[in-house]
Design a protein around this ligand. Structure first.
Ligand code: NAP
Length: 677
């Protein structure tokens, strides 16, 4: 019985009965699954996401959503062997699966940990500092981010059925948006298995995730300005989606990750025999052969000094010839087949187009002898290397994406020419640069950065630990301008904020403090009857304040501090030298003395619920403190966040140190951990 792929709609599995299309195995062409979405009610799915999934997710804090992602990561990890086995039919080797399956699970974990560490235990984010909008400080503004009230529709490419889905899912769920995910049909059976595991784990709330195995029907017709459409795939499909009447009419937020002709650039210094030359060869071969070159980030254009061109081609040919192509389940195979024979036909056609302006210098696109496979029934293809003799005037090698193990070598005379060649790709996801010469690195990086979402500088110092040219990472932006789609994914919290609306909110400091549960200058700061360090986390209120007595700082204090710490910098010790310094009126107190004395002023020394001081943020010394000045401190609870362990909470205090004239001499945020039990 062929596996008929289910969709997951309205919290139920839906098995199609009509309109089924066959999905062939990449290895031998046998039908491994069948899919159809006929009968799926897309309008109801969108409604369900909006009315059930969205509200349920928005009731949770970022930390609760982060914990769900972590739990999902653990569940998928426990079952990943089954996914590995299934993915073989997509052509994936063990090494490929590492990127797709482990990489996808890793993205869930990465967002779980960022959500816990970098987002508040709230349902909104306050972005940046408040803006002063009035003379007396009674009217201010700030920016908040809240989750959109619609649905995130994710449309993915065939090459990474697991990673492609999870790297979009994790930021959306963390943001608080429900998802309808649609994998490419060609490899949807892997995505279906992942979604079945996610649903079976029963971690996400109802309506948070729906799954479409097959075409999207009229799904896009139902999208509005509260929805996000995030697409990965070809430029042609991206354009069709962007131009969809509902998407353009309703200004649906659209993120596109498309194909791109990514470059690897060998610096003029990296001649044969240097470590950078060898690293370059190894990286190009890896990028041409991982996933049989079916990676949006794969190196397609190999840009090298003309003097190195023949050495590069010779070295690549040796390495490529040593890559066994064949059945991806075999341990002796390094490169599996393309995803389908149709994909191979398209790749061969693309090679023909490129070859109109380039010569094939290694491999034959029409011939392959797969290890343990059949070249007719399986979608195998040997690596193909081309050389473009006139790359500055050629078009096809810069424009035609052969989505397979195919790349073109192009020589440059000067670095300026190399910049022109890279730019001819009209916008790429990534480029890598191989040089040990700082001047070359600078010229290349700042010459091509504007055309890329990511640049990798590979040299002898970092190569061993480098994650490589082709790996998008959760903490770094994935996306690129122009041909690459103009979108951005991941990049840490940037990717989460795509699913949120940024709203400027203006009002009084009191109102905005109360709304954001963050004390802002000008908001009420009631003095605590009892020292707030005596209060447990839950008994502290934002705005609770302690004002200290003052302490006069003497010359003896400064000298004592200087000799005790060893900081005998002249500004503290030598009146004439200090006076000659434009910043100081004469000898002044150390900044760290001010901090230390401030702590001495505000501390409540007895054991109590305040457990530890674990840092300072945003410290500024604003005015010098001279011998004879008297300082005092105002300490106010700025914000409270639950810690990972339920028995603790983090308190952020606004600390302002004044002199005897009421001028602020230092300001910072003090971070403490307080007990909740
Ligand atoms: P594709 O043909 O553009 O398909 C991508 C996705 O769009 C598939 O899920 C496809 O579904 C869907 N789709 C196609 N027509 C649609 C329509 N009219 N309405 C709604 N959805 C539609 O691309 P692909 O062949 O899967 O992937 C290969 C391409 O993706 C390459 O060009 C590669 O460079 C690019 N890619 C880019 C990235 C990136 O991050 N930038 C990553 C991976 C791949 P069906 O499968 O059901 O047709």
């Amino acid at each position: 019985m062929t596996n008929i792929l289910d969709s997951y709609a309205l919290d139920r599995w839906f098995t199609p009965e009509a309109g089924l299309v066959d999905i062939p195995s990449a290895i031998d062409g046998r039908v491994v699954a069948r899919a159809s979405t006929r009968g799926l009610d897309f309008a109801a799915m969108v409604r369900h996401a909006r009315e059930v999934g969205g509200p349920a997710l928005r009731r949770l804090t970022f930390h609760q959503r982060a914990d769900m992602l972590k739990a999902l990561g653990a569940h998928l990890t426990a079952h990943k062997d089954a996914l590995y086995a299934l993915a073989a039919d997509t052509g994936a080797t063990k090494r490929d699966n590492f990127f797709d399956i482990d990489g996808g699970i890793g993205t869930l974990y990465a967002y779980a940990s960022r959500g816990r560490r970098e987002l508040p235990g709230e349902r909104f984010v306050v972005e940046g500092a408040p803006e002063a909008l009035s003379k007396n400080g009674t009217f201010i503004g700030l920016h908040v981010l809240t989750p959109l009230h619609g649905v995130a529709v994710h449309v993915n490419a065939f090459n990474f059925p697991c990673w492609g889905m999870l790297e979009k899912l994790a930021p959306a769920i963390l943001a608080g948006m429900p998802v309808i995910t649609k994998p490419a049909t060609a490899t949807a059976y892997v995505a279906e298995a992942v979604v079945k595991l996610i649903i079976e784990a029963n971690i996400l709330p109802a309506g948070a995730l729906q799954f479409v195995a097959g075409s999207t029907g009229d799904l896009l017709d139902h999208l509005t300005g509260q929805d996000v459409l995030s697409f990965t795939g070809s430029a042609a499909t991206s354009q069709a989606l962007r131009d969809h009447p509902a998407v353009s009419r309703n200004a649906v937020r659209f993120i596109a990750e498309r194909d791109s002709l990514n470059a690897a650039v060998l610096g003029p210094d990296a001649v044969e025999g240097t470590p950078e030359f060898d690293l370059f060869i190894a990286e190009v071969v890896r990028e041409m052969t991982v996933k049989a070159g079916q990676k949006c980030t794969a190196i397609r254009r190999i840009i090298v000094p003309k003097a190195q061109e023949s050495a590069v081609i010779a070295a690549l040919a040796v390495r490529l010839a040593a890559i066994p192509v064949g059945d991806p389940r075999r341990d002796d195979v390094r490169m599996g087949p393309l995803a389908s024979r149709a994909q191979r036909t398209a790749t061969r056609e693309a090679v023909r187009e490129i070859a109109a302006e380039a010569e094939i210098v290694f491999g034959d696109p029409e011939k392959v002898e797969p290890v343990g496979g059949d070249a007719d029934t399986g979608a195998f293809m040997a690596p193909v290397l081309l050389r473009c003799p006139e790359p500055l005037t050629a078009t096809a090698p810069h424009a035609v994406e052969a989505f397979g193990p195919v790349a073109t070598v192009m020589g440059y005379d000067t670095l300026a020419d190399a910049l022109v060649l890279v730019a001819k790709g009209e916008g790429s996801l990534v480029a890598s640069v191989y040089t040990y010469d700082p001047a070359v690195a600078e010229e290349l990086v700042f010459g091509i950065a504007a055309h890329h979402g990511r640049l990798v500088l590979i040299d002898r110092d970092c190569a061993k630990e480098s994650t490589g040219h082709g790996s998008p990472l959760p903490g770094l932006v994935h996306g690129g301008p122009g041909r690459a789609g103009g979108g951005e994914e991941m990049g840490g919290l940037r990717g989460v904020f795509h699913y949120m609306q940024r709203t400027a909110i203006e009002g009084s400091p009191a109102r905005l403090s109360a709304l954001t549960r963050t004390w802002l200058s000008g908001a009420p700061a009631p003095l605590s009857a009892e020292h707030p360090f005596k209060h447990k986390f839950d008994a502290l209120s934002v705005g609770d304040t302690v004002e200290t007595a003052s302490r006069t700082i003497t010359l003896e204090d400064i000298e004592h501090f200087a000799h005790f710490t060893g900081d005998t910098f002249y500004a503290h010790m030598d009146e004439d030298a200090a006076k000659a310094n434009p910043f100081f009126p004469g000898r002044v107190a150390h900044g760290y003395l001010i901090l230390s004395f401030a702590a001495g002023l505000f501390v409540d020394p007895a054991p109590g619920p305040l457990l530890a001081n674990y840092g300072l943020d945003s410290l500024r010394f604003l005015k010098p403190v001279s011998p004879g000045d008297a300082i005092r401190v105002r300490l106010t609870v700025k914000n409270k966040q639950p810690a990972r362990k339920p028995e603790y909470g983090e308190v952020r205090w606004d600390a302002e140190v004044f002199n005897q004239d009421g001028d602020t001499v230092a300001r910072y945020e003090l971070l403490t951990m307080s007990s909740r039990v």
